[in-house]
Ligand binder design. Structure first.
Ligand SMILES: Cc1cc2nc3c(=O)[nH]c(=O)nc-3n(C[C@H](O)[C@H](O)[C@H](O)COP(=O)(O)O)c2cc1C
Length: 381
C-alpha cells in the first residue's frame, strides 16, 4: 500500500490536476483518482458496476451515434438514450402526442443555475431508427466503453381502462432483441409534460401505473427496469408515496423536471434539486429500491448531496449543455469539460468534497480508500 499523503498534499495535487486537466482530461480518470487520492469512485446504475457515478440523462444529447462516441471517449459512465414512444406491431402509438418534433433549445439562467427551455418531447424519427441506435449503444456497452441504455414511454391508461398490452409486448421485445443480451436494461420515463397532462390529474391513477407497469414490462421479456419518476403536481408526501408504489422496479430515477403549467414547459435549476433532495430526505421504513439521482446536478457537491440520500449514480442533462465559457476547462468536448469540473474542481468537485467529508469524520477510509458507494449507505440518524 502506498504511503498515505497528508491532507494538505492532497489539496496541492488537486489544484495541480484541476489546472493541467483543463487542457486534457485522462479518459481513465477514475484510476488516477484512486492512485493519487485513494478515492474509489466505483458506483452502480441499474445494478451494473460502473467506474464512477456520472451518466447522461435521456434527452437531446443521446440521439445519435456521434454523441455516444464522444461520451465513450470522454469516459462517461453511462448514457440513457432519448425516450422512444412505444408502438404496437402496426405502428400505432397511444402516446403519439409525445412524439412531436421541436428543433429549438434555449439554455437559460434560472436563479444561480441553468435550465433548458424546449417544447419537444420524445423520439420523433422511426422506431427502426431507434432500434439502430440501441444496437449501436449495445456495441459500446459490450465493449465496456459506455453503458448505453434505452428509454421508453409506454401507454398509460385512465383508471377504468386496461393497459394496451400490444404496445408493451411489441416495443419491449423489439428492444430486447436489438440490445443483444439478457436482461435488457431499460428506463421507463414518466415525463414532466405527463405531469402537466390531464392524465396525471388523479393520484390513484398515477399510483396504479407505478404498481402495474413493472410486472407488465417484465411479462414481455427479461428486463431490468429503472422507472424515471416525474415530479407530480402534488405535495412531497405524494412524491414519497409514488416511490413506494414503484418499488417493484429494479431502480428509480429521481426525479424528472418540474412542469410550469403557465408557460407550458418543463424546467430545471435550483428549484428542481431543492424539491428532489427534500423529498429524498424523508426517510421511509420500507426497503429502498436502488436510486439514480437527476436534477440540477452541476457540481461534485450536488453529486454528494444526492449520494447521501441514497443515489448510487447520477444522470445529468443540462450541465452537459452549457455555453463553453461556463466550464473551467479550455479544451475538449463538453462531456470532458463537464466531467473535469464535476470531479476535479478544487472546492466543489467530487474529490474535494469527499476529502472534506473525511476531514469532518463523515466518511472513513477502508483499507486506505475512501469509497463513493459508502456515501449512499451513510445514515446520520
Ligand atoms: C431538452 C431536454 C430533453 C429531455 N428529454 C428527456 C427524455 O426524452 N426522456 C427523459 O427521461 N428525460 C428527458 N429529459 C430529462 C433529463 O434527462 C434530466 O433527467 C432532467 O433534465 C434533470 O436533469 P438536469 O437538471 O441535469 O437537466 C430531458 C431534459 C432536457 C433538458
Amino acid at each position: 500500500m502506498p504511503q498515505r499523503m497528508r491532507s494538505s498534499d492532497y489539496r496541492a495535487s488537486l489544484a495541480d490536476d484541476f489546472e493541467r486537466f483543463k487542457r486534457e482530461l485522462p479518459r481513465d480518470f477514475p484510476a488516477h483518482v484512486r492512485d493519487v487520492y485513494g478515492i474509489n469512485l466505483s458506483a452502480r446504475y441499474l445494478d451494473e458496476p460502473i467506474p464512477h457515478p456520472i451518466g447522461k440523462g435521456s434527452g437531446q444529447l443521446s440521439l445519435n451515434v456521434g454523441q455516444l462516441e464522444t461520451d465513450a471517449e470522454a469516459g462517461l459512465a453511462f448514457a440513457v438514450l432519448k425516450t422512444v414512444i412505444a408502438q404496437d406491431s402496426a405502428g400505432t402509438q397511444s402516446m403519439a402526442a409525445w412524439a412531436i418534433h421541436e428543433s429549438k433549445m434555449k439554455v437559460e439562467r434560472r436563479g444561480d443555475g441553468w435550465t433548458v427551455t424546449w417544447k419537444g418531447r420524445g423520439w420523433d424519427r422511426s422506431f427502426d431508427d431507434y432500434l439502430a441506435l440501441v444496437r449501436a449503444g449495445w456495441d459500446f456497452t459490450s465493449a465496456g466503453q459506455l453503458l448505453a441504455v434505452p428509454s421508453v414511454k409506454y401507454h398509460l391508461p385512465r383508471l377504468s381502462e386496461p393497459f394496451r398490452d400490444a404496445e408493451y409486448a411489441y416495443t419491449t421485445r423489439a428492444l430486447a432483441s436489438a440490445w443483444g443480451q439478457t436482461p435488457l436494461l431499460l428506463e421507463k420515463d414518466f415525463s414532466p409534460t405527463l405531469a402537466g397532462d390531464q392524465l396525471a390529474d388523479e393520484k390513484q391513477q398515477i399510483l396504479r401505473w407505478l404498481r402495474e407497469v413493472p410486472p407488465l414490462i417484465r411479462s414481455k421479456s427479461n428486463v431490468r427496469l429503472a422507472m424515471k419518476l416525474m415530479n407530480a403536481r402534488f405535495d412531497d408526501d405524494f412524491q414519497r408515496e409514488m416511490m413506494n408504489a414503484a418499488s417493484g422496479a429494479d431502480a428509480l430515477v429521481v426525479f424528472n423536471r418540474l412542469f410550469d403549467p403557465v408557460a407550458g414547459v418543463a424546467y430545471g435549476g435550483p428549484e428542481l434539486s431543492a424539491r428532489n433532495l427534500r423529498v429524498l430526505d424523508r426517510r421511509s421504513d420500507r426497503p429502498t429500491v436502488p436510486l439514480s439521482g437527476t436534477g440540477n446536478i452541476h457540481s461534485g457537491r450536488l453529486i454528494v448531496d444526492y449520494a447521501l440520500r441514497g443515489c448510487s449514480s447520477v444522470q445529468l442533462h443540462t450541465f452537459f449543455q452549457l455555453p463553453l465559457e461556463a466550464y473551467p476547462a479550455t479544451e475538449g468536448s463538453r462531456t470532458q469539460r463537464a466531467l473535469h469540473a464535476l470531479i476535479f474542481h478544487p472546492v466543489d468537485g467530487l474529490v474535494a468534497v469527499m476529502l472534506d467529508l473525511e476531514t469532518t469524520g463523515t466518511l472513513e477510509r477502508h483499507h486506505g480508500e475512501l469509497r463513493f458507494l459508502d456515501l449512499c449507505d451513510h445514515r446520520d440518524n
